[in-house]
Every structure is written in C-alpha cells, then in structure tokens.
Design a protein around this ligand. Sequence first.
Ligand SMILES: Nc1ncnc2c1ncn2[C@@H]1O[C@H](COP(=O)(O)OP(=O)(O)O)[C@@H](O)[C@H]1O
Ligand SMILES: CC(=O)OP(=O)(O)O
Ligand SMILES: [Mg+2]
Length: 404
Amino acid sequence: MKVLVINSGSSSIKYQLLNMDNENVLAKGLVERIGIDGSRIVHKVNGEKNIIEDNIPDHEKGLKMVLDLLVSSDHGVLESLEEIDAVGHRVVHGGERFASSVRINKEVLDTIELMSFLAPLHNPANVMGIKASMELLPNAEQVGVFDTSFHQTMPQTSYLYAIPYEYYEKYKVRRYGFHGTSHRYVAKRTAEVLGKKPEDLKIITCHIGNGASVAAVKNGKSIDTSMGFTPLEGLAMGTRSGDLDPAIIEFICKEENITPKEMLNILNKKSGMLGVTKKYSDMRDIEDNAIEGEKVSRMAFDIYEYRIAKYIGAYAAAMNGVDAIVFTAGVGENSPIMREEIAERYLGYLGVKIDKEVNDFKGKEKIISTDDSKVKLMVVPTNEELMIARDTKEIVENNLNELK
Ligand SMILES: Nc1ncnc2c1ncn2[C@@H]1O[C@H](COP(=O)(O)OP(=O)(O)O)[C@@H](O)[C@H]1O
Ligand SMILES: CC(=O)OP(=O)(O)O
Ligand SMILES: [Mg+2]
C-alpha cells in the first residue's frame, strides 16, 4: 500500500510518500514560502536533493506541483497517481471530538474547519491541504491524524484550568496539548530501545524545535503536557512566549494602544527567542552567537533551556518519579550543548548523569546517560510522518472509520 503523508503548515507543506508494505520512504520533501517571494520545493528521492523554484501562490498549487513531481520522468517515483492508495494528513487541533485518527468525510472536514478558531496558525492550512488533496486525488482514501489525540488521556486534574467551570462546559476551554503524534512515537520508541513495556515506564518526552512542548507519559499514556488550549502555552519557543501572567495582556494592550487580537499575534509570532533577542528565532543562530559570547543570545538560550528544565521537574513530580527523559525535534536532536546544559545544570538531583562524550552527536537514536545514571537520558529522532502513515494504513486496510 502506498501512502502519501501531508503536513500542511501556514506557509509550507511537508510531504512523504511511503510504501507501507515495508515502510520505505519513496520520496519526501518540503514546499516552502507558499504565497510569498522565493517559494520553492525541496524534493528528495534516494538521498538526492532537487530544488524547484517557482511561483506557488497557495496550497492547492503547491500540492499539485508535488503530485506532478511524484510522477515526473526525471524526479518521479510513480507511474501514475492512481498508485497512491491513501493520504494521511496531520491536523493540529482535534478538540475533544477526536481521540484518535479518523477517516475524513464531509462531517469530519466540517468539524476540523470549525476547530480553526482554536488553532488559527495551523488548522486553516490543514483544511486547505485536505481540500486540495480530495480534489486532486479523488480516488484515494483521506485520513486525519491529530496532534491533540494522544493527550486525550489526560486526567481532569491536568486539563482543567482553574477558571469558572462554565467556560469548560460552554466553550470547551481546557488544556488540549499538541505534538501528540511526536510524543506518542518517541515514547513508544523509548520503550522499545529500553526493552521494556510502555506500561512499566514513566517517560518525559521533550519535543523541542521551533514549536516546543514537554509531555509526561506514564504507563504509555499522556498524563500532562505543556501546551494548552492552543499551542502558545508552556515553553519559550522560536517566536511564541509560552507561559506568562495573563494580566500582562491587558496591561500591554492599554500601554501600547493595541487590541487583544494584536497582542496575541505578538505572543505567537514576535515573542519567544525572537522577542528576547530582537533578531533571531532560529536556535542555530542563537547557539552560534551564544558560543561566541553575545550576551543577548546567551540569555535567550538560558531562558529556553531553563523553561524545559522546569517542566521536566514538574513532570517528575506529576508522575512521582521518572525512568527516562528523552529529547527530540530540531533542537533536541541536534544540539548537544542544550542537552548537556539541561542535564548538568538542572537534573543532578534526580540522579541524572550525562555522558558528555557519547552526547556529542546530531540526529541519531542513542542513550546519552552513563551506566550508573538513575534515570536514562536519551535522544530519539521523531518521525511524525511514519506514525501518520501507519495510522492511515490501519484505518484503510481494516476499513475502519476511527482508530480505537
Ligand atoms: N544544529 C542545530 N543546533 C541548534 N538548533 C537547531 C539545529 N538544527 C536545527 N535546530 C533548530 O530546530 C528548529 C526547527 O525544529 P523543528 O522541529 O523542525 O521545528 P518546527 O516543526 O516547529 O518548525 C530550528 O528553528 C532550529 O532552531
Ligand atoms: C503545534 C505546533 O506547535 O506545531 P509546530 O511545532 O509544527 O509549529
Ligand atoms: Mg514541528
């Protein structure tokens, strides 16, 4: 079975075509800068990279170009698009309606569209991707895999905010949590690497990239996570503030004469690392400049790692213990310094000991703690696309509407 995985962002589409008979990746790539100058596709087949620069005004055009590439004579891997049996879509916000992956029909699509007000940066792009794919691949099955699903196991103690209960009853204001597909994959892989059953483990997964969140996974289930009602809460991120005193919003609105909507846009797009440094949102820039001694970058780096350490401490308490702490995503997989500083500065009291020599690598799956460390410290590169493809295959093969 051939499955195309689509992860539509606000200005990008990440894609992977997999042969699910052996989980081989046939082609993968990224459409970036959709709707702005310099739009292009980076398309990879057999490790060979092809860059196609073109005007890509919207997601439909982007997806159409990807499909053309998949059957093209020079970079193609398919004879015909009819070979694609199913398309798996990443959907960021599934609210309380979707506790697992689901076959997409008109009703499901309408519900995802209704959920857009909860994830304005992400859901509208996901909807665009689904619509374009339904139109361009009418014979393929469409499946939605939600960032929120894995966290639907959280108890009320974790997901209720201490605000009037009627806001939950009336408007479903609660913690949802995101990056669930990644936390689920990483926790499952951690148990496999450690040769244990997920039911016997307390794991803290740190998905730290541009968007970033930490999750507490106890006995294979998410029991708490740092993102909340929207992907704005929790860690300090590339451009997102993470936790802050809500009173700041009204204060700044009054002082700067701006609306709450404008303020939220600032908290989502102009805060975090970008806000603190005034210039960089990418941790590579911040890390390089911090190493060279630039004070503001050193401070931003410290804030990013301190917030992660605080959540690790909180979740060790939430689970009354921890067996493994795992790093993943852009920063977690590729920044040995970030991992080393978090371990050395903040995790000693838990009996965590990092092996600095072993830790000196990027992008691999490895245990990075010493043999006598009380808690395993690990790096597990995430693979959201593989999880999406597996769910898609399961739903289509077994003719299910929803995974249980
Ligand atoms: N070598 C590296 N050192 C530090 N940070 C890195 C490195 N490589 C990538 N990153 C960080 O990873 C981030 C992207 O992570 P990713 O998980 O792809 O984020 P997202 O999916 O939220 O866009 C980049 O913004 C960059 O800051
Ligand atoms: C939910 C979320 O923050 O996703 P991303 O990290 O892809 O922005
Ligand atoms: Mg991501």
